[in-house]
Design a protein around this ligand. Structure first.
Ligand code: UD1
Length: 360
């Protein structure tokens, strides 16, 4: 069996790494080809992740870089098509919901190559989010849909997806976290940054709705005020850095830094008093680790994290950051049971399904 895995961004690497290694172990005679679209290209957004996750060097680098949605999507499609022609895969595997995911799924389906989508069926029901469009299209054109939470089943049924295409396997991002747990528990990233474990709020913000307009300056003002009560650690995504005014950070306990490697980042989550984010994956990692998470968005495609009790939706309202110290003082911190099948073995289940295709 020939399998092509298409990855492009930081979270793609995390979600796909365990699937590549499970399938290489299960199908050692198969051809496993990794294509990196180059949507993320800075060393800290790309190579560091591949190295830490033990992903072999990509076989093809498409180097599409940044651009408008149409440019980025079109470049991936144009550059991926000849690679798929040469490789002639039996299956193309795409993770998540980024522009590279959409482009790869569309390219493959138009070449009549079956597509497997990891992390299928998530919906925010907010079509102004670029990722929501990517999810809907990727799910519609994929043949194998790998679901990480039960609500995906109803989301997909509502869009007319037949049950035969769905496989509820669990969360491959949690597979990676479980596999790295010994290493990130001893990474001590907090000490390196000069903050005490258990005392700080870890922040990540990168979504266009928040950082591409005036809300970013408001959020920075709120974070400066928060830092007076609780130290704040904020590894800044390149998109956010580009939009951020230098004057924005104004407190010695507001620690801004470059994006971190995955081990250091997981170490910081595990040692944080709380996390404030607009990321999708971080809502899941905090749920697994039992760390309070405040999500600065109007909605989430991951309601399972809210039901688990770790995640609180603040709305798309930087003013709500001011309520975090009081909310933390009130909450009882318990590590909840992880959602079903978030157990470190999702990639094994995916490999079972895909390896089963070769024998049927
Ligand atoms: C993308 C995904 C988003 C995901 C995020 C994870 C889409 C539509 N968005 O957002 O869903 O949560 O990745 O990080 O696919 N840049 C660099 N260096 C890099 C990459 C980006 O400087 O290595 C800067 C560029 O200025 C670029 C901007 O960041 O224009 C945005 O990058 P882009 O890939 O368009 O989207 P992300 O915001 O990273």
């Amino acid at each position: 069996m020939r399998i092509v895995y298409v990855v492009g961004t930081r979270p793609n690497f995390v979600k796909t790494a365990p699937v590549i290694s499970a399938l290489r172990a299960r199908l050692p005679e198969g051809r496993h080809t990794i294509v990196h679209t180059g949507q993320h290209y800075d060393r800290l957004m790309s190579e560091v992740f591949l190295e830490e996750l033990g992903v072999p060097a990509p076989d093809h680098m498409l180097e599409v870089g940044s651009g408008t949605h149409a440019q980025q999507t079109a470049r991936v499609m144009e550059r991926l098509e000849p690679v798929l022609s040469t490789e002639g895969p039996d299956l193309v595997v795409v993770p998540g919901d980024v522009n590279s995911t959409l482009a790869a799924a569309l390219t493959a389906v138009k070449m009549e190559i079956p597509v497997a989508h990891i992390e299928s069926g998530l919906r925010s029901f907010d079509r102004t989010m670029p990722e929501e469009i990517n999810r809907i299209v990727a799910d519609q054109v994929s043949d194998l849909l790998f679901l990480h939470s039960a609500e995906a089943i109803e989301n997909l049924r509502a869009e007319g997806v037949p049950d035969e295409r769905m496989h509820f396997v669990g969360n491959t991002m949690i597979d990676t976290l479980v596999a790295l747990e010994d290493r990130f528990r001893s990474a001590n990233a907090a000490a390196t940054l000069g903050v005490e474990p258990g005392t700080f709020v870890l922040v990540t913000l990168h979504r266009p709705a928040l950082v591409d307009g005036p809300l970013l300056a408001e959020a920075m003002g709120q974070l400066t005020a928060l830092a007076a009560a609780i130290p704040v650690v904020f590894p800044v995504h390149p998109r956010t850095r580009k939009m951020m005014e230098e004057a924005a950070a104004g407190h010695p306990d507001l620690h801004l830094c470059e994006p971190l490697g995955y081990l250091d980042f997981l170490s910081l989550i595990a040692d944080a008093r709380a996390v404030l984010t607009d990321s999708g994956g971080i809502q899941e990692e905090t749920t697994y680790l039992g760390i309070p998470c405040f999500t600065l968005r109007a909605n989430t495609e991951r309601p399972v994290t809210v039901r688990a009790g770790t995640n609180t939706l603040l709305g798309l309202d930087p003013g709500a950051i001011a309520g975090i110290p009081a909310a933390l003082a009130e909450r009882a911190d318990e590590r909840p049971e992880p959602p079903p099948l978030w157990d470190g073995r999702a990639a094994e289940r995916i490999a079972d399904v895909i390896a089963g295709l070769t024998s049927s």
